[in-house]
Write a protein that binds this ligand. Structure first.
Ligand SMILES: [Zn+2]
Length: 215
């Protein structure tokens, strides 16, 4: 059975699928080994997505400090939770969890950047100071995953125009975008403002908004 799931042309090996009951809903999980980097990614799915149009989809980049440790320096964990709860509500969707920590710069660099931010730089300036690109994420792998799962088109849960464009460039059909609104706190207000002003993340160009700021 496992051999059916291999896509050697893309250098990806797909695992078997297994049930994943979680506090956010009842999902199915499948793993993907990216041969080039040795990284193990996953997709969390609900309902039938193969051959389907407008599948609610979140491409989530790993954030160890936020997702696992509950850090308030960013809104990653909140976005992850909202997306999973939304997929559960819709009864259909997929969340691709990419192991690209800190917008692709890695955990050590991210912590070093946090230190610089503590000393007054914003998230973009801190990365530049460390000689790193502000946005090192790559969406080719996420696109390969969606193709392997045979999703026809997606409704993208995201505020990030780079993600939208990146996926489109990789041949993914995006029929709509669902923004995620997260209430800021004392620790992440600056970060959320920077995302909006420096990285051009959008919050208000769509009717449907997922999240906390929505009334
Ligand atoms: Zn984060």
């Amino acid at each position: 059975m496992q051999s059916d799931f291999k896509d050697q042309s893309n250098n990806i090996t797909m695992s078997d699928q297994a049930d994943l009951p979680s506090e956010f809903g009842t999902f199915t999980i499948v793993g993907f080994l990216e041969h080039g980097t040795g990284k193990e990614h996953s997709a969390i799915m609900k309902g039938r997505i193969e051959g389907e149009e407008n599948v609610p989809c979140r491409i989530h980049s790993e954030c160890h400090t936020g997702d696992v440790l509950g850090s308030l320096r960013c809104d990653c964990r909140k976005q992850l939770e909202l997306a999973l709860r939304y997929i559960e509500e819709q009864g259909k969707g997929v969340l691709v969890y990419l192991r690209q920590e800190g917008r692709g710069i890695g955990l050590i660099n991210k912590i070093n950047a946090y230190r610089l931010q503590q000393d007054g730089l914003d998230t973009v300036e801190a990365n530049v100071e460390l000689g790193l690109p502000p946005e090192a994420r790559n969406y080719a792998f996420a696109a390969s995953v969606l193709k392997l799962l045979k999703v026809k088109s997606i409704s993208l849960i995201s505020n990030n125009p780079a993600k939208f464009e990146g996926l489109k460039k990789e041949g993914i059909v995006i029929t709509s975008r669902i923004p995620v609104a997260i209430e800021s706190n004392a620790f992440n207000r600056e970060y959320l403002n920077t995302k909006q002003s420096r990285l051009h993340h959008q919050f208000n160009d769509s009717k449907e908004v997922l999240g906390e700021r929505h009334s």
